[in-house]
Write a protein that binds this ligand. Structure first.
Ligand SMILES: *Cc1c(COP(=O)(O)O)cnc(C)c1O
Length: 361
């Protein structure tokens, strides 16, 4: 597996290149999900998830769901707003738009605060929206992976608190590497195993404030957050979980803690992202969003004139690197590079060298 040819470097925003330890955990012995060994594993993961942001398990419930990150976000959106809820969904990218669609599909009364993709969320504009109409919840994406935009939870949460509004957070691509504000107004934070935590695809979770869970409403069977929470608190599980992905998540969380937790991971990502940005700048390739507005996880870059995404992608793929296209209207103008996963500085050196060869040939 150490042979370069066998190791594809994933620079897409999840799933990530796994460490050998996490990959080995995928091959752990078979477990029946109705036996004590599985519940020990589940308890271990739930404790470790709380520990990532030093949360109190009496106030916050970590709820595991087998599925991708979208399953966690949808279970939060479908379960936490009560019967009389009205949700303001902030849309400044693909994932904000997706949360608005979830609200529509589950018949939740909602409005959308639509911004340009990548735009900053102005707290004053949010305050004006909350004053103009009564809302029970605001739904926001922490790191909008569409553009790399990091939305500032520490500015948004106080505005929600002022108005007695609860916050629903899609932190799928930030949990484990960015600062997450678990303020009193936060009702839930949804995330996944296979982004900043470096686990495998198939396990996702919501960290929900216990008092918010009690005020929610069931709108789905498989994605009923309160149902999962009640079973998991009692060392149970409603359905068959993705056991190998759970084993991998436990190993990934252990590694995350041993490596110094979310702050160390943020430093690491920043270092690698800076190395990518500097290397690309030297080749004349510009960032699409300023570094201080981007997450540590992913940055978007403008495609150089005369180079299509397809050519850049395919040539890099041959060299063992997988980059990521822009979404929607950005598909023709940008490409994205994420530095999550088991990536080394030497990988970035090779990547930049290869991009230099492609752009100057
Ligand atoms: C990756 C991602 C998701 C979920 O994607 P899945 O493919 O369902 O895992 C949701 N929100 C954000 C911000 C993401 O980056």
């Amino acid at each position: 597996m150490n042979d370069i040819k066998d190791r594809e470097i994933l620079l897409n925003p999840g799933p990530v290149t796994l460490t050998e330890r996490v990959r080995a955990a995928l091959g752990a012995p078979d477990l029946c999900h109705r036996e004590a060994e599985f519940f020990d594993l589940q308890d271990d993961i739930r404790q470790r998830l709380l520990a990532v942001y030093a949360l109190d398990g009496n106030r916050w419930a970590p709820v595991l769901i087998s599925g991708s990150g979208t399953a966690a976000v949808e279970s939060m959106m479908a379960s936490l707003p009560g019967a009389d809820a009205r949700v303001l969904v902030i849309d400044n990218g693909v994932y904000g738009e997706r949360m608005a669609r979830m609200a529509a599909i589950h018949g939740i009364d909602h409005d959308t605060m639509t911004l340009e993709w990548g735009a900053w969320i102005d707290p004053a504009a949010l305050r004006a929206r909350l004053q103009s109409r009564a809302f029970s919840h605001v739904a926001v994406v922490h790191h909008e992976t569409t553009t790399g935009r990091l939305n500032d939870l520490s500015a948004i949460a106080p505005v929600c608190a002022e108005h007695g509004v609860q916050l629903l957070v899609d932190a799928v691509s930030s949990f484990g590497a960015e600062d997450i504000v678990f303020a009193d107004c936060v009702a839930g934070v949804a995330a996944t195993a296979n982004k900043c935590l470096h686990g495998a695809p198939g396990a996702a979770f919501v960290i929900t404030r216990r008092s918010a869970l009690a005020q929610g409403q069931t709108r789905a069977l498989y994605l009923d957050l309160a149902g999962y929470a009640a079973k998991q608190d009692a060392r149970g599980t409603p359905f068959t979980p993705g056991v190998p992905a759970f084993h991998a998540l436990a190993a990934a969380l252990a590694e995350h803690a041993e490596n110094g937790g979310w702050r160390a991971r943020r430093d690491r990502y920043r270092e690698l992202a800076g190395q990518v940005a500097d290397g690309l700048a030297a080749l004349g390739i510009e960032a699409a969003l300023a570094a201080d507005q981007s997450s540590c996880v992913l940055r978007s870059y403008r495609l150089p004139d005369g180079l299509s995404y397809e050519v850049l992608h395919d040539q890099l793929k041959t060299a063992g690197f997988v980059i990521y296209a822009g979404q929607g209207s950005l598909a023709r103008s940008i490409f994205r590079i994420s530095t999550m996963g088991a990536i080394e500085q030497s990988d970035v050196v090779r990547l930049i060298k290869r991009i230099g060869e492609i752009t100057h040939s």
